[in-house]
Each structure stands twice: as structure tokens, then as C-alpha cells.
Design a protein. Structure first.
Length: 389
């Protein structure tokens, strides 16, 4: 988990940061579907289950943290890493970025109650970034329907996010409808707590009293036929917090828009591809599955032009003058973390870390030097979080 902290609040103009060892943080909070209220004993059992999933963050907490939940580069699944997902926690308030398969289980193991997350951002609609949204929504709905709250969970993403959320709610409504038909309990009406928002263009897409979020369309769909561009888009996000700036590239190839978005950021959370290893992997897959030369070429073009390789991550970090780099969405499988780090550091002189699920790194802000210049960032790996199996 990354932690950014600074005594003086600010938005886009960030002082230099340094990392320090921190304790794990846990958070909690408490259109209409006809359901049946459960008995008192069931409510008590639910309360116990919710307490086991997580606890409240103290109101006095004042920092920004990044918790990597899933760091595997999909779409194929891995037994060691979950698909792409991260949690940004600002002054104790959680924001979820992407929901690849395994996100809900990772949240539970991290001690985070998903119903406490009131704002979710999706970078793009590839399956390794959004397929577990339905699981998160189901867990939210199951918890909120018993609590009887009026909370709204806002979900932001590219075009088709509204369609995705509506389809996910219809999907989870079938099994929850069975609950509604079963005794015991009296019939009650529970509101749909999910509100979806399609992002359609660059610029400010979200702001509250903790963060500003700026989106930039990236190059992950650069090779997609033009006829699809209006309804299929991929975004990178800039999160400006009181304690520092965090960039989530999502999936992207080289992009001037992303370089501009990342200018002066404290932490660049970026995907990372070992292109040589991926080329070998694709050639083996082509041979095993009798791919045509055209299909192999198309896969290689996607990897080469629409995903950042290690050199390109380093060049992005250098051009944008970011203070630290955190690598996630790592691929292909079998490449050692040290290879990712050394590959990026050939082109970037700052600290680089190859993230793993539940990895925690802590960052602490420093005041600007008397001469007006920023002091260098320093990062320290924290002790592993104690997690539920």
C-alpha cells in the first residue's frame, strides 16, 4: 500500500514525497427491487459477517494511500495474481479503480467492506478490468439492503459504462429475486443504489471535497477501426488529492495525452510489458494453436502499439517528471519482478517498484526546500499486511 502524506493540503501542485512504513488501513460505512426483509437473527449474522470483512478508518486519518488489489495482466487468469484493481484511500475515504476478476475477494482479504466504497472508476471495458464489477455490486447490494441505507454508489467509466452497470444489476437481480420470493420476513422495497456515468472526453470528470479526477483518452484502442471509436474508449486518470497526485495509466500504449496528464505526479501507477518475453509467448501460442501468420501479426501489433513496454514506461516517467513509478498489470507470466524494474530504470532515474497483490509501500510528504525546489522522493517497502485466507 502506498501512503502519501503532507501537512499542507493542495491539489495539482505537489511537494516532493517520501515513503515510510505504515500499518494496514481498513474502511467501513454502512431503481427499486422487491425483496423480503430477513429475520432478526439473519440481521445479526450479517452484522457479524460485515464486521469480519473490515472496520472503520479513524476520522483523524489524514493521508493518501494506494492499495494494489490485482496486478496481473489479463485476460487469462493467474493463480498467483488477481486481475487489475486498485484502491485509492484519501483521508480514510476509499475510491476503487478497475474491477478485474478477483477484486471482491481481494477486498475481503484486505479487510475492506465494498459497500463503503461510494465511487468507482473504470479505465476501459476489457474483461480483466471490469468483469468483477458485478461481484462488487452484488456484495454492496446484499449489505445495503439489510442496512436499509440510502447511499448511492457512483460508477464512472468510458461509454457503455451505463449499459454495463444496468446489465450487471439485472444479472444480480435474478438470484436476489429468489431471496425476495422466500420466507421468512415481510415484503419491502429496496432502491437500486448504483448510478452509472459515461465519460465522453478529456478533462475534469469528478470532484468532491477530497479529490479531483481528470481523464485523458489514451492509445489502448489505437488499432481499433474508426467506426467503433465513438462508443469504445480507454482512459487514464489523474487523481489530485490534498497530499499528492497519483496517475493510473490503465492500459495504454505511448500517448502524448498521458504524458501531459502525468506531468509532475508523485506516483505513476503504470502497466508494464516485457515485449521480448511476450513475443516468445505469442510465438509458442501460435505454434500450439495453429494460428495464421496474420493472427500472430495482429497480436504482436497490439502488444507493440497499444501497451507500454518497459522502455516506454521509463520514457513516460522521465518526460512527465514523475517522482516514483509503481508497476502493475505485469506481463507476461514467468518474468521476474527484477526484470521489470531494471528494464524501466534504464530510462528513468527515480524509484521503481514491481507491484504484487497486497504489496504495501508508504509515502510521506516533505515541505518544499527553502530555495523553492522539490526534495527527492524516497520509498520504503512496508511490512506485509496480515490477511485472511
Amino acid at each position: 500500500m502506498w501512503r502519501l502524506s503532507n501537512r499542507q493540503a493542495r491539489t495539482s501542485s505537489a511537494p516532493a514525497m517520501r515513503f515510510w512504513s505504515c500499518e494496514p488501513v481498513r474502511v467501513s460505512v454502512g431503481r427499486t427491487c422487491r425483496l423480503l426483509a430477513s429475520s432478526v437473527s439473519m440481521l445479526a449474522a450479517l452484522a457479524g459477517a460485515s464486521a469480519a470483512q473490515g472496520r472503520a478508518v479513524p476520522d483523524t486519518l489524514r493521508d493518501t494511500e494506494v492499495l494494489l488489489l490485482g496486478t496481473h495482466g489479463g485476460p487469462f487468469l493467474s493463480g498467483d495474481r488477481s486481475e487489475s484493481s486498485s484502491l485509492l484511500i484519501v483521508d480514510g475515504r476509499p475510491y476503487l479503480i478497475d474491477c478485474g476478476i478477483g477484486t471482491m475477494r481481494r477486498l475481503i482479504r484486505a479487510g475492506i467492506r465494498s459497500e463503503t466504497i461510494r465511487t468507482i472508476f473504470i479505465t476501459h471495458h476489457h474483461p480483466d478490468h471490469d468483469l468483477d464489477l458485478a461481484s462488487v455490486m452484488a456484495n454492496d447490494f446484499n449489505s445495503l439492503r439489510f442496512a436499509g441505507g440510502t447511499a448511492t454508489v457512483n460508477i464512472y467509466g468510458p461509454p457503455q459504462t451505463q449499459e454495463l452497470v444496468e446489465a450487471a444489476f439485472r444479472y444480480i437481480s435474478i438470484p436476489f429475486g429468489v431471496f425476495a420470493a422466500e420466507p421468512p420476513g415481510a415484503a419491502v422495497h429496496v432502491r437500486n443504489p448504483f448510478a452509472a456515468h459515461d465519460i465522453r472526453g478529456n478533462g475534469l470528470v469528478y470532484q468532491d471535497d477530497k479529490i479531483r479526477v481528470i481523464a485523458a483518452e489514451n492509445s489502448h484502442y489505437a488499432l481499433m477501426p474508426a467506426e467503433f471509436h465513438g462508443r469504445m474508449q480507454s482512459y487514464s486518470y489523474r487523481f489530485e488529492t490534498p497530499h499528492g497526485v497519483v496517475i493510473y495509466t490503465g492500459d495504454t500504449g505511448p500517448s502524448d495525452a498521458v504524458t501531459q496528464l502525468a506531468q509532475g505526479a508523485d506516483v505513476l501507477v503504470s502497466l508494464a510489458l516485457d515485449l521480448d518475453a511476450m513475443a516468445t509467448s505469442l510465438q509458442q501460442a501460435a505454434k500450439a494453436n495453429n494460428w495464421s501468420p496474420e493472427l500472430l501479426h495482429a497480436h504482436m501489433a497490439h502488444m507493440r502499439d497499444e501497451i507500454l513496454d518497459l522502455r516506454e514506461v521509463g520514457e513516460l516517467a522521465s518526460k512527465a517528471h514523475v517522482k516514483a513509478v509503481v508497476l502493475n498489470h505485469l506481463g507476461p507470466d514467468g518474468v521476474q519482478p527484477s526484470v521489470f524494474v531494471s528494464g524501466v530504470k534504464q530510462y528513468y532515474s527515480g524509484p521503481v517498484y514491481a507491484g504484487a497483490d497486497f504489496d504495501r509501500y508508504c509515502l510521506m510528504g516533505q515541505a518544499r526546500s527553502a530555495g523553492g525546489g522539490d526534495q527527492h522522493s524516497t520509498m520504503h517497502r512496508c511490512e506485509p499486511t496480515s490477511l485472511k485466507e
